[in-house]
Design a protein around this ligand. Structure first.
Ligand code: DAH
Length: 335
């Protein structure tokens, strides 16, 4: 029943020294200091020895036990610290690891169309200008030769913001044409501009009507500008926009601010589709912006207005305009 206390001590200390992780230190603790360890079993049975021997062996064994405990506690502490710091190092960002993919978004089809439109028209020497969405009645109607009780005001279902019919009235522009007036008030010809922008109509929505949509207005004023130029320019624009050869046809029409007026059609996949209105700028419009009155020296030019949403829908085979404003990702991710 005697134990070799010196050997136990040497083995324990050697084991502690050699241990590299908490798990092996835990098993050393059980082996040398646990309830069933040689030392503890021995100490438990020491009462059977005679008293002189008992005191001495007891002291010796307890001293060894304390020594092992001290060495073990110290090593456990060091090992835990080392393990925690290793774990923290491991969890640091590894800059050599391959990156996580960031999902790329895409431009809204209307944004793409606006960009294409700017690019194509600027390549033909047009300037791009923008106007206010909140507009004065004068610019939206009166200056465009649409007087107060003109029937064509009925065609424009207007969101009135303030005092319809009074001097300080405000509305959401029903078309981009008011920018024709604003631009001509400040600039003398010759010039060519386009005005892309959002317009608003107070009407019930359905597959082909929205309360907001985009137009591209065009205005080119010079000494010798004709509808033939307009046709050439619109044909080039539509060819580039659709990346296909399209045919353009004018059909007689009526707008208060042009004379003569035409509707613009293009032929795509064998079908004639209306894409906008146009015409030669009406003399009353020139009068409103105080250009030289009609005569051999006067300016002339064309104006046009196209519905951009319409072009987008044709280009991408979209059958409901409301999809363009719904923000549904299942729709938008296709572009
Ligand atoms: N402003 C018209 C509309 O919204 C479109 C239009 C027609 C614009 C003829 C023009 C034009 O510049 O000459 O229905």
């Amino acid at each position: 029943m005697a134990i070799d206390i010196a050997k136990i001590k040497a083995d324990a200390l050697k084991g502690i020294e050699a241990s590299q992780d908490s798990d092996s230190l835990d098993s050393i603790k059980i082996k040398y200091l646990g309830r069933k360890s040689e030392i503890n079993v021995y100490l438990k049975n020491i009462k059977n020895l005679d008293s002189e021997e008992r005191a001495q062996l007891g002291q010796e064994t307890n001293a060894v036990k304390q020594e092992i405990k001290k060495a073990l506690d110290q090593k456990i502490k060091e090992t835990r610290e080392k393990e925690v710091s290793e774990r923290m190092t491991k969890e640091k960002i590894d800059i050599t690891a391959p990156g996580k993919k960031i999902e790329l978004g895409s431009l809204h089809p209307i944004t793409q169309a606006l960009r294409d439109t700017r690019r194509i028209f600027t390549s033909m020497g047009f300037y791009v200008v923008e106007g206010p969405e909140v507009e004065e009645e004068f610019y939206n109607f009166d200056a465009l030769n649409i007087p107060k009780d003109h029937p064509s005001r009925d065609l424009m279902d207007t969101f009135w913001l303030k005092n319809e019919g009074e001097d300080d009235s405000l509305l959401l522009r029903t078309h981009t044409s008011p920018m024709q007036i604003r631009f001509m008030e400040k600039h003398n010809p010759p010039f060519r501009i386009i005005v892309p922008g959002r317009v608003f109509r107070h009407e019930a929505t359905d597959a082909s009507h929205e309360i907001q949509f985009y137009q591209v207005e065009g205005l080119m004023i010079d000494k010798n500008v004709s509808l033939a130029h307009l046709k050439g320019i619109l044909t080039h624009f539509l060819n580039e926009f659709f990346k296909k050869d399209v045919e353009v046809r004018f059909h007689q029409s009526y707008f208060p601010f042009t004379e003569p007026s035409v509707e613009v059609f293009m032929k795509l996949k064998g079908k004639w589709i209306e894409v906008g209105g146009a015409g030669m700028v009406h003399p009353n419009v020139f009068k409103a912006v105080k250009y030289i009155p009609p005569g051999p020296d006067s300016w002339q030019g064309f104006a046009f207005g196209m519905g951009l949403d319409r072009l987008v829908m044709i280009k991408h085979d979209i059958d409901d305009v409301r999809l363009l404003y719904g923000g549904d990702l299942r729709f938008l991710k296709q572009f």
